[in-house]
Design a protein around this ligand. Structure first.
Ligand code: SF4
Ligand code: MSK
Length: 676
């Protein structure tokens, strides 16, 4: 054997092309910057690691040690009988439905554990075990109490009196915590849905009992050798998803509003350019606002500001990534520094003195990136730690929340003087109006005399607003960062569809300038532009974080209640979308949207192609049961037009399609007259 005389030359890893990876300039700049510094990011890793083709089809089963069993669809499809089966005989439909149901269960558990944490903190508030949290929105508490069968008034000597707020709080807190594990009955919030929808759920036997129970039952039924009927599995996936949207997520949203205040529209900036070179930069990332609410206060405290100045900083700049960002944006106007795919880039600026993470959507690679800079990466949640040695764990406890927050902020301030020379903050930021809730939409688009949401309904009926779209969800490194979100949203508003947005989609919309009233004149069709200009709102309304998708359910219910657009959510000219989804949470959200009557289109792909029969069940049969159905379309323009076609179908069914034609005719007439 001839010995090699030279060592093999290591091939340089393939890198992402920044312009192909994102449509957003600061992201492009920072990807290039990372490559210059030799630091890999998710964008590069997406180039070198391709997804598994069998997993993509949704038909890999590893639910027992006889597998993994993989049942790829043969090229050219199935001719004749589908004989594919795993070792136990599980069919492609069973495997695909089990995988789908487990995604729903994972997503539900994430939102619901978040909701549980909030409910337990609220219980501590009600029991006066913490002084750091209070009740900031008593009206919301009184509004939700009846759903938990908690009385808000008492009879004293034959007179009806208001009940003490503390008593109401304790009743609501105990009932909310019980929703996760109660024995008997169904979830309290189901009665908030339109009556016909409640009846459908009852008839189908999918009313969730207790939140944890539905997750456990999915895990049991999808285990080896249990439920082997994809329709029956889908039923449980539905029940579990409803325990998310009308359960855990809704409890999280409501009790956060009670403790931290319901959002009202406010102005803020967005994008990596919100970081300041001469300030201490603290970034919060994840989902739960319990600690970040305290960090907001700690960053604004005079003592910490003085301390920062003593270290040579001009102040403390707090910003956020992902849904923790949305939480503190909607209540305090704290700017988001970026979406999910920008998390590594925020550290690569070299100016992030501390990144504080809680739960969900946090890259483990943040620890490797932080190692290249002075950044303190701080985990705070007992269920979400990192193995790397440079990560600091400061466990957050609601009983001494403010102390924890001060400790973290002081650590960031001390770290300011440790910055290296490698600071590069991209100079891109935008202005946005964020923080619309069900109540503020009522204020802006409601009517004083003719009932809630009347103005919105009136404008849908007269055709100025063609319909409503909920555009939500993540970024996905398999698609071009923000392109699908922004192209889709622009196409919708161009066609007079008003957009309600949450999660990273909402942050993307803010970064790309769509969350301002001024965006109406630039991007909207004439009808929607006229409404936005008249009432002074953006055509894209920021409704908060991922758990706040429950706000979209309630806003849709308010539209039904206001009248004139049918009796149920499925009657509305409305559609849902997650164009760049990546998280299991998105599947849970999609399933509760569909099961609440919403036509829901996902971008990128759905892991269903390997089981065409099960896929068809989700894409067509579910509509016959709940009025909503799944769809998938990666092309954002076609995606928008599928939603618009559905909206138009609903307008026709409601008999309001002619009104829209008249509006368009009026516009054309005006243009012909040179008035536009
Ligand atoms: Fe294979 Fe059945 Fe085991 Fe799944 S449960 S890995 S299909 S034998
Ligand atoms: S943070 S779940 S990437 S929206 Fe809610 Fe963004 Fe999706 Fe995480």
């Amino acid at each position: 054997m001839v010995e090699a005389k030279t060592k093999p030359v290591a091939k340089a890893p393939k890198l992402a092309n920044p312009r192909e990876a994102s449509i957003e300039p600061s992201t492009q700049e920072m990807i290039a910057r990372a490559q210059q510094l030799g630091i890999d990011t998710v964008f590069d890793r997406a180039v070198t690691m391709k997804p598994c083709a069998i997993g993509l089809q949704g038909i890999c089963c590893k639910n027992c040690a006889m597998g993994p069993c993989r049942l790829p669809l043969p090229k050219g499809g199935i001719e004749g009988e589908d004989t594919r089966k795993g070792l136990c005989g599980a069919t492609a439909n069973t495997i695909c439905a089990r995988n789908f149901a487990r995604m729903v269960a994972a997503g539900t558990s994430a939102h619901s554990d978040h909701g549980r944490g909030v409910a337990e903190t609220f219980l501590a508030v009600a029991r006066k075990e913490t002084k750091d949290y209070t009740i900031k929105d008593p009206a919301k508490l009184i509004q939700i109490a009846p759903y938990f069968d908690v009385a808000t008034t008492v009879e004293v000597d034959g007179e009806t009196m208001d009940r003490e707020l503390d008593e109401i709080a304790l009743g609501v807190a105990e009932a909310a915590v019980a929703e996760f594990g109660k024995n008997g009955g169904t979830l309290a919030y189901l009665k908030r849905a339109p009556q016909p929808l409640q009846e459908k759920w009852k008839k189908e036997g999918v009313e969730p009992r207790a939140i944890d129970r539905e997750v456990v039952e999915v895990m049991h039924r999808t285990a080896m050798g249990v439920d082997q009927d994809y329709k029956n599995l889908t039923k449980q996936a539905t029940r579990c998803s409803l325990a998310d949207g009308w359960g855990g997520a809704m409890i999280g949203t409501d009790l956060q509003d009670v403790m931290f205040g319901s959002p009202t529209p406010l102005q803020a900036e967005a994008n990596l350019g919100v970081m300041k070179e001469d300030h201490v930069n603290v970034i919060v990332h994840g989902h739960e606002p319990l600690l970040s609410e305290m960090i907001v206060a700690a960053c604004q405290s005079q003592e910490n500001l003085e301390y920062a100045k003593s270290k040579g900083a001009k102040g403390i700049q707090l910003s956020g990534i992902c849904c923790t960002a949305n939480e503190i944006l909607q209540r305090h106007g704290i700017p988001p520094a970026g979406t999910f795919l920008q998390q590594e880039l925020a550290i690569i600026t070299g100016a992030c003195d501390a990144m504080v993470v809680d739960v969900q959507c946090i890259f483990q690679n943040l620890a490797n990136v932080a190692k290249c800079f002075h950044t303190k990466l701080i985990t705070t949640h007992p269920i979400a730690k990192m193995e790397q040695e440079n990560v600091i764990h400061i466990e957050f406890d609601e009983h001494h929340a403010m102390d924890d927050a001060n400790k973290i902020v002081k650590m960031a301030i001390d770290n300011f003087t440790e910055r290296g020379a490698d600071v590069m903050i991209p100079q891109h930021k935008t202005t946005q109006i964020a923080g619309f809730g069900v109540e503020s939409i009522r204020y802006h688009l409601g009517g004083s005399f003719r009932g809630d949401y009347y103005t919105l309904n009136d404008n849908i009926i007269n055709g100025r607003i063609r319909g409503i779209a909920g555009v939500v969800g993540c970024n996905n490194a398999r698609t071009k960062h923000n392109e699908e979100h922004i192209t889709l949203i622009k196409e919708l508003i161009k066609n007079d569809v008003i957009v309600l947005t949450t999660g990273c989609s909402a942050i993307a919309a803010g970064i790309h300038g769509l969350l301002t009233p001024g965006a109406a004149a630039v991007h909207c069709g004439p009808g929607l532009a006229e409404v936005c200009e008249t009432v002074g709102i953006p055509p894209v309304l920021h409704l908060g974080s991922c758990v706040d998708n429950s706000r979209i359910l309630l806003a849709a219910t308010e539209v039904v209640k206001a009248g004139g657009l049918g009796d149920d959510i499925c009657d509305l000219p409305a559609a849902g979308s997650a164009p760049e989804w990546m998280s299991e949470k998105a599947i849970a959200i999609g399933q509760y949207f569909v099961s609440s009557g919403v036509y829901t289109v996902f971008g990128y792909h759905m892991p269903l192609d390997g089981a065409p029969e099960f896929k068809d069940y989700l894409y067509t049969e579910m509509e016959k049961i709940y009025g909503g159905k799944w769809d998938c379309e990666p092309d954002p323009i076609k995606h928008a037009h599928k939603m618009i076609a559905h909206i138009d179908k609903k307008r026709k069914e409601l008999g309001i399609d002619k009104a829209r034609e008249r509006v368009l005719m009026d516009m054309a007439d005006r243009q012909a007259l040179g008035m536009e």
